[in-house]
Design a protein around this ligand. Structure first.
Ligand SMILES: NC(=O)c1ccc[n+]([C@@H]2O[C@H](COP(=O)([O-])OP(=O)(O)OC[C@H]3O[C@@H](n4cnc5c(N)ncnc54)[C@H](OP(=O)(O)O)[C@@H]3O)[C@@H](O)[C@H]2O)c1
Length: 272
C-alpha cells in the first residue's frame, strides 16, 4: 500500500467527489483510475467518449471500489463545462476536488506557427482552466470547500524557446492559481499548481506545430507517477510544487539564474 493511500482513501461516511478534466489519456486518466481505486467518486471529462467508456469498463472489470462518471465535454466550451459539472453534482451530490488537467502542447518557431495551432493551445490551456474553475467553484462552495489542482508545467515558471506559446499558457495557469488562492481562501477552497516535468503520455505525439526538440536525454515520469504526485499535492496543500528533484533544480535555477538557464535552453531547444 502506497503511503498516500491512507491519506486519500475516504472514510466510509465521508465520500470525496472529484472532477478531473482530460481523463481520456495520460495523466488525467491515471489520476482518475487512482482516485477510483482509492474508493472515491470521480467525474472525468474529455472529448473522446470511447476512451472514457473504456476507462469506466476497466474500472468495473477490476472491481475498483469507487465510482467513475464519464462526461463528454470540451474544456474550451463554457456551457459544456457547466453542464458537465451539473451532471457530476446530480450524480454525486457534492464536489470536493477539481483537477484542471486537460491540455495540449505546441513546439516550433512562434512566428512561422499557424495561428490556428497557437489559438488551440491558448483556448485549451487557458480558457479551458478558466471554464473549469468558473464551473466548479460554486459546487465546491456549496460543498463547504475543497481543493483545486491546476496542472501546469516546469515550462510555466521557466519558458523555453520554440515552446513560447505553450510556456506562456502555463505561465498564465500559474498566475491564475496564485491569484485564485487568495480569492477562494474565504470559501475554504485551496488552490495548488503542479509544475509537471517530462512525462511519457500521448502529449508529445499530439503536440501541435513541429517536432522541434533535439535529442536531449531528460528523465521521464510515467502518468501513474504524476497521479501519485497529485495525491501528494492534495495532502500537502502547497501553493506550487514539482514532483522530482530534477524538476525542482530546473525551476530553481531557471528563476534565480535566468541568463544561465536561457543559455542552456537555447542549446537544447532548437527548431526541427
Ligand atoms: N506529458 C508531459 O510531458 C507534460 C509535462 C508537463 C505538463 N503536462 C501537462 O499535463 C496535462 C496532461 O497532459 P498529458 O501528458 O496527460 O497529455 P495527453 O496524454 O495528451 O492527455 C491530454 C488530455 O487532455 C484532453 N484534452 C485535450 N484538449 C481537450 C479539450 N479541448 N477538451 C477536453 N479535453 C481535452 C485529452 O482528451 P481528448 O483529446 O479526448 O479530449 C486528453 O485526455 C496537460 O495540461 C499538459 O500540459 C504534461
Amino acid at each position: 500500500m502506497r503511503w498516500y493511500r491512507r491519506l486519500i482513501t475516504p472514510a466510509p461516511d465521508e465520500p470525496r467527489a472529484f472532477f478531473i478534466t482530460g481523463g481520456s489519456a495520460g495523466i488525467g486518466r491515471a489520476a482518475a483510475k487512482l482516485f477510483v481505486a482509492l474508493g472515491n467518486d470521480v467525474a472525468v471529462t474529455a472529448r473522446r467518449q470511447e476512451r472514457l467508456e473504456a476507462l469506466r469498463a476497466e474500472c468495473e472489470a477490476e472491481e475498483l471500489p469507487g465510482r467513475l462518471l464519464p462526461l463528454v465535454a470540451d474544456v474550451t466550451d463554457a456551457q459544456a463545462m457547466q453542464q458537465a459539472v451539473a451532471r457530476a453534482l446530480a450524480t454525486f451530490n457534492r464536489l470536493d476536488v477539481v483537477i484542471a488537467n486537460a491540455g495540449i502542447g505546441h513546439r516550433g518557431p512562434l512566428v512561422e506557427a499557424s495561428w490556428e495551432d497557437l489559438e488551440t493551445v491558448l483556448r485549451t490551456n487557458i480558457d479551458g482552466v478558466l471554464h473549469t474553475v468558473r464551473a466548479t467553484v460554486p459546487a465546491l462552495r456549496a460543498s463547504g470547500g475543497g481543493h483545486i489542482v491546476l496542472i501546469s508545467s516546469v515550462l510555466g515558471p521557466v519558458p523555453a524557446p520554440y515552446s513560447a506559446v505553450y510556456s506562456a499558457s502555463k505561465a498564465a495557469v500559474d498566475s491564475l492559481g496564485r491569484a485564485l488562492r487568495g480569492e477562494l481562501k474565504g470559501d475554504r477552497i485551496r488552490v495548488s499548481v503542479l509544475w509537471v516535468g517530462q512525462t511519457h503520455t500521448e502529449f508529445a505525439e499530439r503536440r501541435l506545430g513541429e517536432g522541434g526538440r533535439v535529442a536531449v536525454r531528460w528523465p521521464t515520469m510515467t502518468a501513474e507517477q504524476v497521479a501519485g504526485g497529485i495525491a501528494r499535492v492534495l495532502e500537502q496543500h502547497q501553493r506550487a510544487m514539482t514532483l522530482r528533484w530534477v524538476d525542482s533544480v530546473f525551476v530553481c535555477v531557471g528563476r534565480r539564474l535566468p541568463a544561465l538557464m536561457d543559455w542552456l535552453l537555447t542549446r537544447f531547444y532548437r527548431p526541427a
